[in-house]
Design a protein around this ligand. Structure first.
Ligand code: RTP
Ligand code: MG
Length: 148
């Protein structure tokens, strides 16, 4: 089954939106298979955002992600990678649709509350970057037969 990496960024944790984020993914029908509150090292932040290393916002982004705790999660379900991006909304919260997390709660591109992997291969890379195998739990929710 497909998996994706979703992180509540420091602003989302500080604004008490952890429960709201988890609620939206649970309510959609995805299964939580990994969850931890953590401080992010500079090394991990730089690896995570490696594709943006040459961009002008890179240093500020790393500074921000390491500034306060994040909540790292892994979600499982059919089509979860693309669906998570829809639930999260466009990168800039001011143009993100209402009904998405960024559209409903954010106002600034540098404080857009949440991260979600942008493709299946990226998800695999990010899950192994943020979680050890033994931190992920495979389980079958009893509601599954009503979802699929
Ligand atoms: P993310 O990786 O955090 O889920 O966000 P995303 O895919 O929607 O956007 P991406 O292009 O990967 O950018 C990563 C994060 O960098 C910050 N950013 N700032 N012009 C700017 O100041 C700027 N552009 C991007 C955002 O916080 C974005 O989430
Ligand atoms: Mg991205």
């Amino acid at each position: 089954m497909e998996r994706t990496f979703v992180m509540v960024k420091p602003d989302g944790v500080q604004r008490n939106l952890v429960g709201e984020v988890i609620r939206r993914f649970e309510s959609k029908g995805f299964t939580l298979v990994g969850l931890k509150l953590m401080s992010v090292s500079r090394e991990l932040a730089e690896q995570h955002y490696d594709v943006h290393r040459e961009r002008p916002f890179f240093a500020g982004l790393v500074e921000f992600i390491t500034s306060s705790p994040v909540v790292a999660t892994v979600w499982e379900g059919e089509g979860v990678v693309a669906s998570a991006r829809k639930i999260i909304g466009a990168t800039n919260p001011l143009t993100a649709e209402l009904g998405t997390i960024r559209g409903d709660y954010g106002v600034s591109i540098g404080r857009n509350l949440i991260h979600g992997s942008d493709a299946i291969e990226t998800a695999q890379r990010e899950i192994s970057l943020w979680f050890k195998d033994e931190e992920l739990v495979s389980w079958k929710p009893s509601l599954t037969s009503w979802l699929y």
